[in-house]
Design a protein around this ligand. Structure first.
Ligand SMILES: [Ca+2]
Ligand SMILES: [Ca+2]
Ligand SMILES: [Ca+2]
Ligand SMILES: [Ca+2]
Length: 324
């Protein structure tokens, strides 16, 4: 009977090997999937509020962790952005009275002070620079930058040079509102302004140097919220008007309307689900309503109290101001 036993043994082994092989393949597929999804997924935006009186910033991260810091004083402009390049925004303010940036790095918790920008003396009083931190040099880390209304110049202290070298670009004029974003999708933030008198967006593409012009939005009624809502990697020209979002699709050029929000809500667009596309989001009295882009669904998160001001953290937008 050994003749019969041997093939059975062989069959047993081959089945066992087959299972091992399948298991191995399954592990490989799982690993490949994990790598690819890790690549595709970006950082998820935090929910951040600042109390106007106490100057305490409270941050609820996507994984539910809380942190709170007292940072800044009255008159400071909040400029959260990722200045240390760890993928998370740093708590930061710019002080117009002395032109100093006070940054609390998220990577190591160390603070830094960098003087950049001024309040220009003017016969009628002081005209402050407008802080516009963004990634103009395209290295993945936000640069320290201001737009100077009196000369229409952008003064960028680049992160690539460890904040030792600067770029100066002239774009815009007194009365404009800076709306920097990556409209051409090359990875570098483009300098851009909104000219209220004409409802005109003037964008200087960083890739080609070409100008994009769009008449879009209504000065006085709209908040300017340019960001990549369609997921093609290019920021769309967009405004928020009392509960409605109007987006000029960067791919089709068509204008899309999305009803999401409240007349007394504040738009806080950012990439909360980390898929690389900006999500429509509105904050109202301590509650965040997010329309996630990856698996479209509405999510609400409670974070914030009366007297708190929400910050949309992943895409920092000091330009997110009412057009006057
Ligand atoms: Ca950081
Ligand atoms: Ca940079
Ligand atoms: Ca660009
Ligand atoms: Ca998203």
């Amino acid at each position: 009977m050994p003749v019969k036993k041997t093939p059975m043994l062989i069959t047993f082994y081959s089945k066992y090997e087959h299972r091992l092989l399948m298991l191995f393949v399954a592990i490989l597929i799982a690993m490949a999937f994990a790598v690819s999804s890790a690549k595709a997924a970006g950082e998820k935006a935090d929910f951040t509020v600042v109390n106007e009186r106490s100057k305490v910033w409270s941050i609820q991260s996507a994984d539910g962790a809380f942190t709170a810091f007292k940072w800044g004083t009255a008159g400071d402009v909040r400029v959260p952005a990722d200045y240390d390049g760890d993928g998370s925004n740093d708590i930061a303010v710019w002080r117009p009275s002395n032109g100093t940036w006070y940054i609390l790095g998220s990577r190591d918790g160390k603070s830094a002070q960098i003087t950049w920008g001024v309040t220009t003396p003017f016969p009628t009083g002081g005209i402050e620079d407008v802080p516009v931190p963004a990634d103009f040099d395209g290295d993945g880390t936000d640069d320290i930058a201001v737009w100077r209304p009196v000369d229409g110049r952008w003064y960028v202290l680049t992160s690539k040079s460890s904040f030792t070298k600067s770029i100066v670009v002239e774009w815009g004029q007194l009365g404009d509102i800076p709306v920097p974003a990556d409209y051409d999708g090359d990875g570098n933030t483009d300098v851009a302004v909104f000219r209220s008198m004409q409802n005109r967006w003037l964008i200087a593409e960083s890739k080609t140097g070409n100008m994009q012009q769009h008449i879009f939005g209504m000065a006085g009624d709209d908040l300017l919220v340019p960001a990549d809502y369609t997921g093609d990697g290019r920021a769309d020209v967009a405004v928020y008007r009392s509960g409605n979002w109007f987006v000029r699709d960067s791919e089709s050029g068509e204008i899309e309307k999305f009803e999401f929000g409240f007349t007394d809500g504040v738009p806080v667009p950012a990439d909360y689900d980390g898929d690389g596309t900006t999500d429509f989001a509105v904050y109202r009295s301590g509650e965040w309503f997010v329309y996630e882009s990856e698996n479209p669904r509405l999510r609400s998160v409670k974070h914030g109290r009366r007297g708190d001001v929400p910050l949309n953290t992943l895409t920092v937008k000091p330009s997110l101001v009412a057009v006057r």
